[in-house]
Design a protein around this ligand. Structure first.
Ligand SMILES: O=C(O)C1=C[C@@H](OP(=O)(O)O)[C@@H](O)[C@H](O)C1
Ligand SMILES: C=C(OP(=O)(O)O)C(=O)O
Length: 434
């Protein structure tokens, strides 16, 4: 599907979609449990991939009409799957499910789409091998397809912290049901650290004890998963919120407000987007108790932003920087190159088509702001949900129409994204190509 956006002003109220990160963890934690109810779960292409894996491990995931997931778990002992596990486009699924597969008494094969089959899995495979499982890349290049044979006994392991925090999340989730537990020693500084805090929070909510240590993290073995209070509710997603928030900051008429509901504070590092937009000059009011954010448009100025903890915000910040006056310097961004696409290069190239100049370094991206003089153009979504949504924002304020090719991939994390834009008053056309 291609989507063509006509420059539009935004105004209105948006409900935050449920958090993708919390939903993945809750579905898998429910899988590790005997049974659990997960409310307000995100039902997107990525989280459905995790639900499929739980089913292949012998669990059962039923979605009721009001979007509640009733999950019968595999109770800490995954079956050997009767089929290959297709993790589709989801890095989180592949990492978390690879470690779960290492608990099965037999062999699991995991694969994914072309993008996922090019992302790094080597450090996780080596860690699982050090902990007693067999874990290989079929091509021997540290990328999927992966073949994993359990069981995993647990123990001490060291792993780099600067490739993906999802390796640590995966080991903590699986480690709780190993015999010996897992103690993780970080070889390098941890990037995307708030995502491990999300993991510790979800583990605690499922009655599992895991903790920071001087060297990294540890989880005791022999624990059981059971949601405290019988069910688990997923909070709103701040990475997803970043798009309507940015839209309100750049494309509102004078006096107009975009209100976001369901924005309660949580462990998500990406809630930093509120402070970033404010620092750039937008008028923002976050009522943390009510979980509402009100934002209105004001002239934006370029700023310096470190994305070590918040890699998924880079595309949104790049578009905000493109509209701002002056330079926006995004630093500590090397790990943002290991996502669905190399998002540093992808944003530089696609914003370039809209007339934006950028300077790319291995670990940073500088956007030379245009003060809202973007030129509409045809851009490529690169099969990356966050690139598509960030380019759609640019289309709101560009001169003339902006067509985003391959826009369907928003279904990975924010299936209702384009409908939400329409509800805010955006004029857009979907072209299915037939
Ligand atoms: O654990 C998670 O839910 C995630 C961790 C981050 O990945 P890395 O840890 O690979 O940076 C983030 O980019 C991804 O969207 C979701
Ligand atoms: C990188 C992302 O997710 P994953 O790693 O799960 O593919 C993302 O949602 O931006």
């Amino acid at each position: 599907m291609n989507v063509t956006i006509t420059p539009s002003n935004v105004e209105g109220t948006v409900r935050a979609p449920p958090s993708k990160s919390y939903t993945h963890r809750a579905i898998l934690a429910a899988g590790y449990a005997d049974e659990a109810t997960v409310r307000d779960a995100l039902w997107s292409a990525d989280t459905r991939a995790t639900a499929r894996a739980v089913t292949l491990f012998g669990g059962d995931v039923t979605r009721t009409d009001d979007g509640v997931l009733e999950i019968d778990g595999f109770d800490g002992r995954p079956d050997v799957p009767a089929d290959v596990i297709d993790c589709a486009n989801s890095g989180t699924t592949m990492r978390l499910v690879t470690a779960a597969a290492a608990l099965a008494d037999g062999t699991t094969v995991l694969t994914g789409d072309e993008s996922l089959r090019s992302r790094p899995q080597g450090p996780l495979l080596e860690a699982l091998a050090d902990l007693g499982a067999e874990a290989d890349s079929t091509r021997g290049n540290g990328q999927a397809p992966l073949v994993v044979t359990g069981p995993l006994s647990g123990g001490d392991v060291s792993i780099p912290g600067d490739v993906s925090s999802q390796y640590i999340t995966a080991l903590l989730l699986a480690g709780a049901v190993t015999e010996d537990g897992i103690a993780i020693d970080l070889e390098t500084e941890l990037k995307s650290a708030p995502y491990v805090d999300i993991t510790l929070e979800v583990l605690a909510d499922f009655g599992v004890d895991a903790r920071h240590t001087d060297a990294g993290f540890e989880v005791d073995g022999g624990q059981s998963y059971a949601p405290v209070g019988g069910e688990y509710a997923v909070p709103g997603d701040f990475s997803s919120i970043s798009y309507p928030l940015a839209a309100g900051a750049i494309a509102g008429d004078e006096g107009a407000t975009v209100r976001i509901e369901g924005a309660h504070p949580s462990a998500q590092g990406d809630s930093a987007i509120v402070e970033i937009v404010e620092r750039m000059g937008a008028d923002v009011d976050w009522d943390r108790d009510a979980g509402t954010i009100d934002v209105s448009t004001a002239p934006l100025s370029g700023i310096d932003v470190d994305v070590e903890d918040t890699p998924d915000l880079l595309p949104t910040i790049a578009t905000l920087g493109a509209v701002a006056d002056g330079d926006t310097h995004i630093t500590n961004a090397e790990h943002v190159r290991y996502k669905e696409t190399d998002r540093v290069s992808a944003m530089a190239a696609e914003l370039g088509k809209l007339g934006v100049e950028t300077t790319e370094e291995p670990d940073s991206l500088t956007i030379h702001g245009t003060e809202s003089t973007l030129e509409g153009a045809t851009v490529r979504g690169r099969a990356d949900h966050r690139i598509i949504m960030a380019l759609a924002l640019a289309g709101l304020v560009a001169d003339g129409e902006t067509t985003i090719e391959g826009a369907d991939h928003v279904a990975v994390s924010y299936p209702g994204f384009f409908s939400t834009l329409e509800e805010l008053g955006v004029s857009l056309e979907r072209d299915d190509g037939h």
